[in-house]
Every structure is written in structure tokens, then in C-alpha cells.
Ligand binder design. Structure first.
Ligand code: NOJ
Ligand code: CA
Length: 538
């Protein structure tokens, strides 16, 4: 594809994901809101992050936590007003933070006025905005989930996720002539939907957004197994953004950086549902033991029984093909992933995960609360279509006051309950302690942003990453700066000799100051159990 412009701010971006329901409630109704986020901008600035991904904050019946939009142009009342969001954009930029919104282009809520029109028997402007079969009795369409009996219109609609999230019509890559209800991508309905999405993006960009995380970005064009037509759509969007909003950033929820970045995205995630290497790194069922899987543990478990190659074999393929074109995002977790990072891990274990995420190439994402090691709650009643995901969506724990400082509402009115553990981590409780997880994250975020060699596009070379072995060693470099990262998540001490890397001097930038020395003609690495360091080589 044609050369892509990339906003320079992405180079040192450290993202923070805010689930608005649970971050900070400014008006005591038990639900987080936008003025609450504005109140916490100083906290975010001092954390060292410089970009926020805000989960959907638009009008919605909230059957899927806002991923069921009923008005793309209006902030949900419970979060505030469009003016509040504009104020967030402005105030955040004043402290060096950009805000990305969550765009849900693939489906709306069944409450959306477009869909209600589309359900009508009489043809109208919105009849072809959604995907309908040509008979209410045609509901058994292989490869699709359809819902029948909902509308006066004689047809079943295709749903994208839960039943109440009807798929917007971007057309079919190869419409089946025997199924005339499958429209080509250039039919008027799909074209109108595409124009509308562009209008929505322009609306929020003009208000001050810095871009979008795009929900289920891979899902738009149907019957598109190679994703070619879906990629073409996003390439067009990217070309349009490059011209009109060159500073904007598009982050895909795709889970295949190779395809997403070819398709025009600046950034894509290593999502566990599509990228098994991520689980091998951080999310194998904790302590699942050998069993069928010779490496039943994640690499970042102190058992020291993980296999870092399960991650890197997959990662390096994507890294090589996307290098210089876009960024791979590594995250501590997100609102869909349970348990949280803290499950089965001590703060010391988690510090190494942050050391890794904040020194790797690409774009790191911190899920709110992971910087203090918040726990997931088990067995909660499902909230807003969260099911087991609800456990990783509980309110942020700020301090020791009522409701952990999240809200002044009575406890039973909170969006989700606060972690009842009397030892639950809080920002206040970690702020004073230089060795707390919170202060470690702060240190590492600022370290990354200070050293170009640690930023997104600086060179990356694996020095030691062996199947079933510890530690992990890699080199980052940019121009005349070279950094060496050493990580030993295993509880056992390790030592290792590394060949000459063309440098003989070193100074420690972070972590264990006795972990590296040049001796004879090689580098000697010695790491205590659960320890790591970043060195500058000279
Ligand atoms: C992915 C989102 O992250 C998730 O929370 C949502 O339920 C689905 N997409 C459907 O929009
Ligand atoms: Ca509120």
C-alpha cells in the first residue's frame, strides 16, 4: 500500500485504558463519569502515561456496557455531556495526554433509531443499513447468527455479537447469487453506512479526540475470509484521516497486527482470542501444570515453567512484517480479560511484567487498576452483559475512605462492588512507598519516554529467548543509544554469558545494579529470582 504517515506522538506513547463506569464518580450516583476522569488527570500525568483509550461513552441502553450504541453523536447522560467530553480533551492535552474514543462501527443497539427504521416493513432510508435476510423464516444461515421475529419487516437480521447488536451493512465480499439479500460492498446501503462512520469520526475529531480504538475492526465486511474487503475499507479510512487528521491514531481490535496494519491501522493488539502467544506470556490458566501442555504456566509466572518462545515465535512474525509500518500493542489486560494480571502474582512478579511491556517495541497499554495490582472479583452477578468479565471491571481503588474513594454513593448503589479484601491495594497506600508497584510503573513509564532506544520504533533484537529457559534478554537501540533488558520472572536465580555486543561499558538505568558486567571477552548476567534490569551499553 501507499506510504502511511504516522503521528510522531505514537513513538513515546504509553496508553491507559479507562472503563468510564468504574474510574471515578464525581456526582455520587455510583457510576464513574467524565468530570471524574478530569479530576484524575494529575494522577494520570504523574503515572507517566500520555494517551488514554476510553471505552464507549455514548448513548446506549448498556446491555453490553456501551458497545451497543444508540446515538453515536451524544455522550451518555450518565457520563456527562458532549461539552464535558470536549473539556476532557482540552484539559488532558494541557497535561500532555491524548484521548482516543472507542468506535463501534460493526453494530448498533437494537434501540438505535436507524435500526428501528430498518425494522419497518415499508422501505425507507435505513432499510439497507443492516443485514437482513429476505424472509423471517430464513434464519438458518451458515456462518452467521441471525435473529428472527423481532421486526415487522419480513426478514431475519444478522447480529454481530450479542443478539441485540445488529450488524451494520458493509456488504459482502462475494455475495452469493442464490442469496440476493447479500449486497455487494458498493451497494447504496453499505456505501451510506461507510459515509456515516466517516461523519462520526470527523465529529469527534473536530471536538478534540486524538483517534479511535476500533471495536471488532475485522468484522465489517461479511463473507470476507481473507479480510481483503475489510482491509480495503480501513485503508480508505486511513487515507482520508492522513489527509484530514494526520495526527489521528487508529487502534484496531483485530488481534492480527500483520493484517490490521496492512489494512491501514497504526496499532493492533496481541489479543488472547486471536494471538495465543499472549496467553503463553501472561494468561495461561494459573498453575494449570504440565498435563497435555508441557508448558502449563505463563512465562511471567514465578514457577519458572513457561516457554517464552510460544510468545516470540508468533510475535516475531508480526514484528518483521509490520516493522516501520505500524505498532504492535502489548497490554496488561483489558475490560474483556479475566482474571486480571494480578491473579497468582505478587507485586514483584507484576513489576517484571511492566518492565517487559514498557521496554518492548510498539505501544504499551495499561488497563486501569493494573498499576496498583487490583484483583479480579470472582462470582459477581453479571453487569451490563459483562458475565465473567464483570470481575475485572470493578471500581478503581483510590484510597481508604468509603468505597475506596471511587464514589460517595451508598455502597449498594455502586456500578459494581468494591473489592472487599481489607488488604486491597489503593493508590493512596502505594503513593508514599518508593518500591510500590505504582511507583515502579511510574518509573518505567518515564524511563521509556526519556530514552529513544526504548520507544516504539527503536530497533529490537532478541539476545536470549530460549524454549523453557530463563532469563529473557533483548537489546533496544536507536542511533548511538543501546539498551539491554534483562528479565528473570522465575523464582530461581539465573546466570548466563552473552557474547560481545560491540560495547564494553555499561550503566544501570533501572533495577538490579549487580546484574551485568563485562569480564574477559563476554558479558556476564546474574539475576536473582524474580528480578530484572535495564542497562545502557557504551
Ligand atoms: C469487543 C469489546 O471489547 C467487548 O467488550 C464487546 O462486548 C464486543 N467487542 C462487542 O462489541
Ligand atoms: Ca457519576
Amino acid at each position: 500500500m501507499k506510504s502511511q504517515t504516522t503521528p510522531s506522538w505514537l513513538e513515546d506513547a504509553v496508553f491507559y485504558e479507562i472503563y468510564p463506569q468504574s474510574f471515578c464518580d464525581s456526582n455520587g450516583d455510583g457510576i464513574g463519569d467524565i468530570p471524574g476522569i478530569i479530576d484524575k488527570l494529575d494522577y494520570l500525568k504523574c503515572l507517566g502515561i500520555n494517551a488514554v483509550w476510553l471505552n464507549p461513552c455514548f448513548e446506549s441502553p448498556f446491555s453490553d456496557a456501551g458497545y451497543d450504541v444508540s446515538d453515536y453523536y451524544r455522550v451518555a447522560q450518565r457520563y456527562g455531556t458532549n461539552d464535558d467530553l470536549k473539556r476532557l480533551f482540552v484539559e488532558a492535552r494541557k497535561v500532555g495526554i491524548r484521548v482516543l474514543l472507542d468506535l463501534v462501527p460493526g453494530h448498533t443497539s437494537i434501540e438505535h433509531p436507524w435500526f428501528k427504521q430498518s425494522c419497518k416493513q415499508a422501505r425507507n432510508e435505513y432499510s439497507d443499513w443492516y443485514i437482513w435476510t429476505d424472509s423471517a423464516w430464513k434464519w438458518d444461515v451458515p456462518g452467521y447468527r441471525t435473529v428472527s421475529g423481532h421486526s415487522e419487516r419480513d426478514g431475519s437480521f444478522v447480529s454481530n455479537f450479542f443478539y441485540f447488536q445488529p450488524a451494520l451493512n458493509y456488504g459482502f465480499a462475494n455475495p452469493d447469487p442464490a442469496q440476493p439479500w447479500q449486497q455487494p460492498v458498493n451497494a447504496p446501503g453499505p456505501q451510506a453506512v461507510r459515509q456515516e462512520m466517516r461523519k462520526i469520526m470527523a465529529f469527534w475529531m473536530d471536538l478534540g479526540a486524538s483517534g479511535f480504538r476500533v471495536d471488532m475492526a475485522f468484522s465489517l465486511v461479511k463473507g470476507d475470509p481473507s479480510h481483503g474487503e475489510t482491509m480495503r475499507f480501513w485503508q480508505e479510512m486511513r487515507a482520508w484521516l492522513n489527509g484530514k487528521y494526520p495526527d489521528a491514531c487508529l487502534v484496531a481490535e483485530w488481534g492480527n497486527p500483520n493484517l490490521a496494519i496492512q489494512g491501514g491501522f497504526h496499532v493492533d493488539f496481541t489479543l488472547p482470542f486471536a494471538f495465543p502467544g499472549y496467553s503463553a506470556l501472561l494468561r495461561k490458566p494459573y498453575g494449570s501444570g504440565p498435563g497435555q501442555d508441557p508448558y502449563g504456566f505463563s512465562f511471567f509466572d514465578p514457577a519458572g515453567l513457561g516457554n517464552v518462545r510460544e510468545f516470540f515465535d508468533e510475535y516475531m512474525q508480526h514484528y518483521e512484517t509490520t516493522r516501520g509500518k505500524g505498532q504492535i500493542a502489548l497490554m496488561t489486560g483489558n475490560h474483556d480479560i479475566t482474571p486480571r494480571l494480578s491473579k497468582g502474582r505478587t507485586p514483584g512478579d507484576m513489576a517484571l511484567v511492566f518492565l517487559f511491556l514498557l521496554t518492548m517495541p510498539g505501544t504499551p497499554f495499561i488497563y486501569y487498576g493494573d498499576e496498583i495490582g487490583m484483583n479480579s472479583l470472582e462470582g459477581l452477578p453479571s453487569k451490563e452483559g459483562g458475565y465473567q468479565r464483570s470481575g475485572a471491571r470493578t471500581p478503581m481503588q483510590w484510597d481508604d475512605s468509603a468505597n475506596a474513594g471511587f464514589s460517595t454513593a451508598p455502597a449498594e448503589q455502586l456500578y459494581l462492588p468494591i473489592d472487599p479484601d481489607p488488604e486491597r491495594p489503593t493508590v493512596f497506600g502505594q503513593d508514599w512507598d518508593p518500591n510500590s508497584l505504582l511507583n515502579t510503573v511510574r518509573k518505567l513509564a518515564f524511563l521509556r519516554r526519556k530514552h529513544t532506544a526504548l520507544c516504539a520504533s527503536a530497533d529490537f533484537e532478541l539476545i536470549y529467548a530460549q524454549a523453557g529457559k530463563y532469563p529473557l534478554v533483548y537489546k533496544r537501540s536507536w542511533k548511538d543509544e543501546t539498551a539491554l533488558v534483562l528479565i528473570n520472572p522465575s523464582s530461581r536465580p539465573v546466570s548466563l554469558n552473552l557474547p560481545d555486543m560491540g560495547k564494553k561499558g555499561c550503566d544501570v538505568l533501572y533495577g538490579a545494579a549487580d546484574s551485568l558486567q563485562f569480564w574477559g571477552d563476554s558479558w556476564q548476567v546474574r539475576l536473582a529470582g524474580v528480578s530484572g534490569a535495564v542497562w545502557r551499553l557504551q
